[in-house]
Design a protein around this ligand. Structure first.
Ligand SMILES: [Fe+2]
Length: 244
């Protein structure tokens, strides 16, 4: 099976369409969304509708999705402003869709979550050493897929104490290790923050045991213009162009 794993869409329809078009040409059997469908961007209604239209796309809850549902989550004032705008924009059925999302999804020895596998609603960043170690120690997953940081990364734990971290580039293929445990962060579809403004996602192939990382060009200007036209904070339009 080939599974496209993507996260942190943040109401960016242009980026989401580009990623799913790319994945669709690569023999994907299944999609998994790691949350933060909404927040920051101007197309929450369209992004939720698009995901609902996919036949196989379970989705876990992100902190921005949770904030729209009224679940406490610390956030900067500008981000909070977009959350309130998003809540007012969504239909009852779209809110119900967010409400039904799980904190984690477990398929055999693979776990999918937005932030971390052991306290999913504490929204830790599994880029800090302590949370990387705890994610390995407090989860049994052999492979863990996360989002939330908006930065793609491949982390491998060898010999229990040694942790190796790689920053993947476009089209980079990382073997899923037979003996070691790994954490893969798929980066962000709709608001990358590693200095590369292209949308980020990955495909996990369980037959050939590899993870393929991709960066995808999309219409950044259009997504940014929609943010400004909606009266949302200008910083979120600028971040799309900077990739930071
Ligand atoms: Fe996010």
């Amino acid at each position: 099976m080939r599974i496209a794993v993507f996260s942190d869409i943040h109401s960016n329809l242009e980026a989401l369409e580009a990623v799913l078009k790319h994945a669709g040409k690569r023999g994907v059997d299944q999609y998994v969304c790691l949350g933060d469908i909404v927040g920051y961007g101007a197309s929450p209604v369209e992004c939720i509708a698009f995901l609902q239209s996919l036949p196989e796309c379970p989705c876990v809850l992100g902190n921005h999705d949770a904030a729209v549902l009224g679940i406490p989550s610390s956030m900067k004032p500008d981000a909070r402003k977009v959350i309130e705008w998003t809540r007012d924009s969504l239909s009852v059925s779209a809110l119900n869709y967010l409400q039904k999302m799980e904190d984690t999804i477990k398929w055999g020895d693979i776990t999918f979550c937005h932030s971390n596998p052991y306290r999913p609603r504490h929204w830790y960043y599994v880029s800090e050493k302590t949370y990387i170690s705890s994610s390995f120690a407090r989860s049994r997953a052999k492979i863990l897929f996360v989002g939330h940081t908006h930065v793609p990364v491949a982390i491998t734990r060898k010999n229990f104490f040694c942790i190796y971290i790689r920053s993947p580039e476009h089209s980079m293929i990382v073997p899923a290790a037979e003996l070691n445990r790994q954490i893969f962060n798929c980066g962000s579809v709709g608001q990358p923050r590693d200095g590369d403004s292209r949308a980020s996602y990955l495909i996990y192939d369980d037959r050939s045991s590899v993870v393929e990382f991709y960066r995808i060009e999309y219409d950044i200007l259009r997504a940014a213009e929609k943010i400004l036209a909606a009266g949302l904070p200008e910083i979120y339009a600028r971040r799309l162009k900077n990739g930071l």
